[in-house]
Design a protein around this ligand. Structure first.
Ligand code: NAD
Length: 377
């Protein structure tokens, strides 16, 4: 008899991320071999019961629920996985925790500071394992970058540039969705900014100060309007004194899923591009230098599929990897934490921290910068 702990997941929302999470759950054994737990999607709930029934059948998602109340009341569900539009996260997290479930939530955590504070407190008091989906933490080059930074190989961090570019707001004919509507928690700061603010904090530490600037370049597209930021620019100082820029931009003509970061330290630097996820670039300032070059220069460190064991066997560590793989890693680490009854990082409190940085940046933009007064010659 299989005595491994059964982890049964109820998914709410099954758009692009619901599908991604279900793929991760259903394929864990391929990537990690025999798991120390068993995991399955036991139920799904979307805006329409008929649609949920069809999805459950198509993707093997257990039994469809008529609504969220029914999903969280079910005793055959241990974990609620929230993949709905941003404004729905707060209420769903609170109700799932009140029902005694473990909770995994997509980014951003929520919309307001009040919501973030309530969620962080509820998480602390719940005794449940909760987590955010900040999947970029689980790319192999980021795991390696974290190791190098924690080992002190960069020394004191001096400065950084991190950006996340998409081209999606440059299409006049694009059909608007909730992500282009402020009322539903849309806007690029919450959407892409949340990822890179978390990533920067994960690698370099807590924030001290931010100054933000929002941009809406196309308030009127072909036949629709947006009131949500299409690009957001932040200058930031961290508590360790490092300064730099954070840019979330959907006005980036030619970009695909271009997350890019560079971190400069006293002893070394790192560079990483999400669209080239096989490599981490590391400059070691401790290498010998000489008038004709010495040994200094950026090293291209092979990372690719070199995930922590047992996630390093399939496909081969030298095979190329993609975006989906970091969602598989994120899901594996979260479910391992649930099975072992321990806390998970990134937690909902980490999501609340990111929320406070984003809201501070937005508030600083509202207060305004200093308008340039050109002095007449
Ligand atoms: N981590 C990542 O890589 C990543 C990428 C994209 C989106 N996201 C996040 O994932 C979340 C979902 O985004 P998406 O792109 O999948 O959106 P989507 O629009 O593709 O899907 C949303 C889903 O929620 C369902 N839904 C809406 N209202 C509902 C309700 N009241 N009850 C039940 N279901 C409801 C819809 O039917 C749909 O199935 C968002 O918070 C977004 O920010 C994360």
């Amino acid at each position: 008899m299989d005595e491994r702990r059964q982890l049964r997941i109820g998914m709410v929302g099954f758009g692009s991320m619901g599908r991604t999470h279900a793929y991760a759950v259903n394929n864990l054994a391929y990537f990690y071999g025999t798991l120390p737990f068993r995991a399955s999607v036991a139920g799904v709930c979307t805006t329409s019961y008929e649609r949920s029934v069809a999805l459950a059948e198509e993707y093997g998602l257990g039994t469809a629920a008529h609504d969220f109340d029914e999903l969280i009341a079910r005793e055959d569900i241990d974990i609620i996985d929230i993949c709905t539009p941003n404004t729905l996260h707060f209420d769903m997290i609170c109700r799932a925790l009140d029902a005694g479930k473990h909770v995994l939530c997509e980014k951003p955590l929520c919309v307001t500071a009040e919501e973030a504070a309530i969620i962080a407190r509820k998480e602390r008091e719940s005794g449940r394992t909760c987590g955010m989906v900040f999947n970029n933490r689980f790319m192999a080059p980021i795991l390696r970058a974290k190791q190098l930074i924690d080992e002190g190989r960069l020394g004191r961090i001096l400065s950084f540039r991190i950006s996340y570019d998409h081209n999606t707001s440059t299409f006049a004919e694009k059909a608007p969705g909730w992500k282009q509507t402020a009322e539903f928690g849309g806007g690029v700061l919450f959407d892409l900014g949340s990822h890179i603010i978390d990533l920067l904090r994960y690698l370099c530490g807590d924030f001290d100060f931010v100054q933000g600037q929002e941009q809406i370049a196309f308030d009127r597209h072909a036949d629709w309007q947006t009131d949500a930021d299409e690009a957001f620019y932040i200058t930031a100082r961290l508590k360790n004194g490092a300064c730099g820029t954070i840019v979330a931009n959907k006005l980036a003509t030619g970009a695909s899923d271009d997350l890019s970061l560079v971190i400069f330290g006293e002893r070394g630097s790192i560079r990483y591009e999400l669209m080239e996820p096989e490599w981490l670039y590391f400059y070691d300032n401790d290498r010998p230098s000489s008038p004709i070059g010495g040994e200094r220069g950026f090293t291209r460190i092979e990372c690719g599929g070199r995930f922590p064991a047992p996630g390093d066997t399939f496909p081969s560590p030298k095979a190329s990897v993609g975006w989906l793989r970091c969602h598989v890693g994120s899901m594996y680490e979260f479910l391992s934490a649930v099975a072992e009854e321990r806390a998970f990082s990134p937690s909902l409190a980490d999501g609340a921290y990111v929320q406070s940085v984003m809201l501070a940046a937005r508030e600083s933009d509202r207060r305004g910068g200093v308008r340039i007064e050109v002095v007449a010659p």
